[in-house]
Design a protein around this ligand. Sequence first.
Ligand SMILES: Nc1ncnc2c1ncn2[C@@H]1O[C@H](COP(=O)(O)OP(=O)(O)OP(=O)(O)O)[C@@H](O)[C@H]1O
Ligand SMILES: [Mg+2]
Length: 259
Amino acid sequence: MMLVKANRVRTKGASAMTGKETERKDTGGGPILQASGITRIFGRGNTAVTALENIDLNIPPGTIVALRGRSGSGKTTLLNILSALDDPTEGQVYFKGREITGLSGSERSQIRRKEIGLVFQSYGLIPLMSAYENVEFGLRIAGLKGNREVVEHALDRVGMRERMKHRPSELSGGEQQRVAIARAIVHQPELLIADEPTAELDSRMGLQVVRIFRELVKESGMTVVLTTHDPGMMELVDHVIALEDGNIVSQTTNESPLI
Ligand SMILES: Nc1ncnc2c1ncn2[C@@H]1O[C@H](COP(=O)(O)OP(=O)(O)OP(=O)(O)O)[C@@H](O)[C@H]1O
Ligand SMILES: [Mg+2]
């Protein structure tokens, strides 16, 4: 998608993200997400699969962080753990300084619904609901009352207010993903987690989605953690964490993202 090489600084290994970017944007409260010694093993005995092995990472607030890696490298497994959908076999995750690993299912679900926004590769919109109703549903999932102004504002932020009466089947893939983003941010979460949000979009639509993420970061100080296969994405985000076979093999800070 992008041809221009950005100016980068490399940090080695699985150590915490440090350096200028963190110092500049993360002035007060430390990382919004912190993972320490995360291991995730699926199954038991002969058939056990180690999807993640001793992962340490820090996500600075107000940045876009991309997890990249080949299919099966552990990206979705790590996102699920960071968004409190799944518990690791070993290790701890801290969200805004509070440990979320080891909480009960209902406590985790509360945090996920109220404080995190989730975006998926295949949008996950409800087919029989209009764009407006889908976003309003996001508000109700967060335990909040439907509120026309709030719903329309969320749709406005992704440029979909004009088409809010349409159902998903009447929208393009990029438009559906924008509605899905509106649904994920309507309750104003501090953290947006997106698993391959651009995988089903062409590069122009994908770029538009990342531009929306960038605006959310700039306007609301939101933090976005996403996974991607798209090499073009690497020039657009603030940090890239590369996974290989469940291990972090590099962490890159992009000093001058292209958007
Ligand atoms: N529920 C599960 N049960 C058993 N193994 C699993 C489960 N979920 C994931 N795995 C295994 O864990 C490893 C990591 O899977 P994961 O879905 O995290 O990869 P990924 O990097 O997201 O891949 P992709 O790019 O294809 O989405 C894979 O070997 C996968 O087969
Ligand atoms: Mg995946």
